[in-house]
Design a protein around this ligand. Sequence first.
Ligand code: THU
Length: 139
Amino acid sequence: MKRIDFYQLMDEASKAREMSYAPYSGFAVGAALLTSDEKVYLGGNIENAAYSPTCCAERVAFYKAVSDGYTKPSDFKAIAVSGGPKGEEASERCAPCGVCRQVMNEFCDSESFLVIMSDGKGGLDVHTLSELLPLGFKL
Ligand code: THU
């Protein structure tokens, strides 16, 4: 099986911005979630006229994977996130919101799951989920 590197995963996230439905904010986000068996789930943010039902790209990608049966911490390796104004290249860092971090914490091992963002300088910024969500809540 072909191993996917982080730059490839970021490319996929960047392409997934085309899936975004963001008529209200005009901010298109794409996420590419890598499973342990090297499958990539893509998501774009989906907005709503009532605003609060909006779902971030990261959660769309996670919920697609979870509904396909990926539910264990060992199932998930990393997620790349790319976001910026619709129709423009996304070169700035787009960090996952707090709600998405909590959703990642539900399904992933926060010490090993990696969140990949652009560093805004053409490179990548990689953090463990526990760095982005210290002392995350779990039951
Ligand atoms: N958004 C995401 O999709 N992911 C994030 O991590 C941050 C925010 C979306 C939600 C909304 O549709 C738009 O970006 C502006 O907040």
